[in-house]
Design a protein around this ligand. Structure first.
Ligand code: ZN
Length: 457
């Protein structure tokens, strides 16, 4: 009995000891991150010198060179490019949108083509508008009413949702497949209210898809201010005409690259931990929150480890993925080569939810791993990053799901303002808070430290 008690006591000491050790290590990580300005500085250069870096564009190649250059300064064991072929969608000339009243008054509408859209004819489209707030409404109106008109999806994103991703998911379907649905009824084009709760004059773009069996029609986003204006004018004058013109097209496929920095694990060189973000951005934005910040935070994980003298036991791969926004060729290629090379991936984390205050992590993991992973939540209490949810990971790392027994994860930040910036000209470096940016780096480094130390069991 005494011996058992002694063992129990010793066991507790060991556990408390390792708890304290982890707490101390994580405090060191947060402290190292908080005093740093390098990532903030690099993010400013990325945003200001290499904005609008959509996959396939010449500027995305320059951004790749820049990221490789800054990673080469960080003493990775190796930094290299991983080639993949990407589609190159080009916006062409700036779009034109205007409402024309029966008295001939023209009202400017800020619009932009959605990613993957075809262009209007060179002379543009001038048609009456059908305003709807749901697909059901469209179905009810039917072919006779819709044929030859512009369908205007005007449903606003719900601003009462605390988790803005819920509001986003309720209306993003109009952006993604509005054109495919409206084309079924013979519509000429679609105009989709920007998916944001912010009232501003920036159209927010994003990817859309066609239905292969139905003739494609041009798809546009319209700013929230101009969506409100158009609704108001249509209420006064239902036969109002709208003029839309776009010039977008696909150019030839291009070679592009993921940028990877690698540090070989000291104990488990064949087991890989991945941390990354995506280096492409939409072509109407600096891509600060989406996702330049995620890139510099990922590089930061290794920089922090170096600073505090921590050598990872597992191989660490820091990955700047290309082509997340359009076709995810970068993420796909990374997973494809991992499989081909027989790599064993145990953990991957992506930062692609903006750089506001980190509030925790979302996972895609087997139930048997949940207890271990969720036991780490306590270490994040002092830093306010305590959300541990099993709600999915990141678009680029999701490809690792097949063929690996890995835990996949996303850094989660306060989502309140994420869609203010998302896919628009408002997502600039000036919207970044250096403290939150650094806290995101620290949160990821801390979780990776725990995973690296204890493995995935
Ligand atoms: Zn993103």
């Amino acid at each position: 009995m005494r011996i058992l008690k002694l063992f129990a006591f010793l066991g507790l000491c060991i556990i408390v000891g390792s708890c304290n050790q982890n707490e101390n290590m994580i405090a060191k990580i947060y402290s190292a991150a908080s005093s740093d300005t390098t990532s903030y500085h690099n993010l400013r250069i990325l945003c200001k010198n290499y904005p609008e870096r959509l996959a396939g564009t010449p500027i995305s190649i320059k951004a790749i060179d820049f990221l490789q250059e800054i990673m080469e300064k960080e003493n990775f064991d190796t930094v290299y490019l991983q080639e993949c072929i990407v589609k190159h969608w080009d916006r062409g000339e700036k779009e034109i949108g205007k409402a024309i009243t029966s008295k001939g008054v023209e009202l400017k509408l800020n619009v932009c083509a959605l990613g993957n859209s075809i262009a209007t004819p060179k002379s543009g489209i001038s048609s009456e508008v059908v305003e709807v707030k749901s697909f059901e409404e469209l179905d009810k109106l039917g072919n006779d009413f819709i044929k030859g008109k512009i369908v205007f999806f005007s449903k606003a994103m719900d601003s009462t949702k605390v988790n803005s991703f819920e509001g986003y998911s309720e209306v993003v379907g109009f952006r993604f497949s509005g054109a495919a649905v409206a084309a079924r009824y013979g519509a000429e084009a679609v105009l989709v209210r920007s998916v944001t709760t912010r009232l501003d004059t920036f159209p927010h773009t994003g990817v859309m898809r066609y239905n292969d069996t139905i003739k494609p029609i041009p798809a546009f986003a319209i700013s929230t201010v101009h969506a409100n204006l158009l609704s108001k004018e249509l209420a006064k004058e239902p036969k109002l005409k709208v003029f839309l013109k776009s010039d977008c097209k696909f150019l030839a496929d291009e070679k592009s690259y993921n940028v990877i920095g690698e540090v070989t694990g000291s104990k488990f060189p064949n087991e890989v931990i991945t941390v990354g973000g995506h280096l492409d951005s939409w072509d109407n934005t600096e891509g600060a929150h989406d996702d330049g910040g995620g890139l510099v935070q990922s590089i930061d994980v290794w920089r922090i480890f170096k600073k505090i003298g921590y050598k990872p036991e597992h191989t660490l791969k820091v990955v700047m993925f290309i082509d997340e926004e359009m076709n995810q060729r970068g993420g796909e290629k990374y997973a494809e080569l991992a499989k081909l090379n027989g790599e064993k991936h145990i953990f991957a984390i992506e930062s692609d939810a903006g750089c506001d205050r980190p509030i925790g992590f979302s996972f895609d993991l087997k139930e048997s791993y949940q207890k271990q992973i969720y036991s780490y939540r306590k270490y994040f209490e002092p830093y306010g990053a305590t959300m541990f949810a099993n709600e999915g990971s990141g678009v680029d790392i999701e490809f690792l799901k097949e063929g690996h027994d890995a835990v996949l994860c996303a850094l989660i930040t306060d989502p309140t303002h994420y869609f203010d910036y998302h896919h628009s000209g408002y997502d600039t470096f000036e919207r970044i808070n250096i403290d939150y940016l650094n806290q995101g780096s620290a949160a990821m480094a801390s979780l990776i430290y725990l995973v690296d130390k204890y493995g995935i069991k």
